[in-house]
Design a protein around this ligand. Structure first.
Ligand SMILES: [Zn+2]
Length: 361
């Protein structure tokens, strides 16, 4: 039986956007960004204790090329298509395609558009786009960092151009800076990008510093909070209290999109951050609560990175439980002691505040 929010009449449904095509895209054997990541997430989600109607799946359609071309160069997308038609090829040393990459990318981008559309139409409450390839490193004219098409950027642009949303906020908590998403909206105030990631001096892609605050109309609408390696639950909590919450309330977005990368967990093999499961739960809850308070609950999460399969399984389960508003079944977690680099986070916050005081916040 469906449960309903009595105040709004919206069906209390969380939808997971997924298609088997997302598992057909593969890079080199042994590559950390592989189809097992989605199987792990699905395994976790299947374990959720739910009553019928709380959680469902949505099958995506291919994105319209005209929506993709608003974020990517047509020539580049045609190159991805050509390479897939030839069986695949190299884009960078660690980012390669196969015969399914082009189509999987179109469906991943289409999945994001479908998710935000369903939420705007009130036919679902919120969504998780469980897709591959991920997107937040993909630039206007190039594949980069395991990403080909920037799914979250295409969904944000779609919201601005096609729906009643005038301001979209993207929060990216993947361990790696979302360079592609940042650059897509660097000169506009229609979309605000906030990146919480491991300091670019210590991790790919080497960008996402405090001084990158946008330009032209976008000046002040691009926020980076680079975290020192080992930063964890405590530091992220401060970042929310001091920066993200006040900025979100000031910006007042109509829709919140989240680049969710579980490589911020301390057990990830590619990054060195210190978040626990509880820390990731806290981030998700802060974002869901901000959406409830400011954006009529409109929020969609997009899977980006995360390379420890056990972590992906558990963190995906928690996230869907949170989105559906059902009790979180936590697993006992080995105690992980966070080094509180208090001076470091305070310095970052002071620097950010100094930069932004002269602007609109
Ligand atoms: Zn990442």
């Amino acid at each position: 039986m469906k449960t309903c929010d009595i105040q709004t009449g919206i069906a209390m449904v969380t939808k997971i956007v997924y298609d088997e095509i997302f598992k057909l895209h593969e890079m080199a054997p042994g590559h950390p960004e592989n189809p097992l990541r989605l199987e792990a997430a699905l395994e976790g989600i299947r374990e959720i204790n739910t009553i019928e109607g709380e959680i469902g799946f949505l099958k995506p359609k291919r994105a319209e090329l005209e929506d993709i071309y608003k974020i990517h160069d047509k020539k580049y997308i045609e190159h991805v298509k050509d390479q897939s038609e030839k069986g695949g090829g190299f884009f960078t040393l660690d980012t390669t395609s196969n015969e399914h990459t082009y189509l999987a990318s179109l469906f991943a981008a289409g999945g994001g558009v479908l998710a935000v559309n369903e939420i705007v139409r009130n036919s679902v409450k919120n969504a998780l786009v469980l897709c591959r390839p991920p997107g937040h490193h993909a630039e206007f004219g190039r594949a980069f960092g395991f990403c080909f098409v920037n799914n979250i950027a295409i969904a944000a642009k779609y919201l601005i151009d096609t729906t009643d949303c005038n301001r979209v906020m993207i929060i990216d908590y993947d361990a790696h800076h979302g360079n592609g998403t940042q650059n897509a909206f660097y000169s506009t105030n229609d979309v605000m990008y906030i990146g919480l990631h491991q300091d670019g001096r210590t991790l790919f892609p080497g960008t996402g510093f405090v001084g990158e605050i946008g330009e032209g109309d976008g000046k002040g609408y691009n926020i980076n909070i680079p975290m020192i390696p080992t930063a964890g639950d405590w530091a992220y909590g401060i970042a929310f209290d001091e920066v993200i919450q006040p900025i979100a309330e000031s910006y007042n977005p109509d829709f919140i999109l989240v680049s969710s990368g579980f490589d911020c967990h301390y057990q990830d093999p590619l990054a060195q951050l210190g978040l626990t499961y509880q820390g990731i739960i806290n981030i998700n809850q802060r974002l869901i609560d901000i959406a409830e308070k400011i954006a009529s609950g409109r929020i969609a999460f997009f899977l980006e990175g995360g390379y420890n399969l056990g972590v992906i399984k558990q963190a995906s389960k928690h996230l869907v439980e949170q989105l559906a508003g059902i009790p979180i079944e936590k697993i006992p977690e080995q105690h992980h002691k966070e080094n509180k680099h208090e001076e470091n986070i305070q310095l970052i916050i002071q620097e950010l505040k100094k930069q932004l005081t002269e602007l609109c916040f």
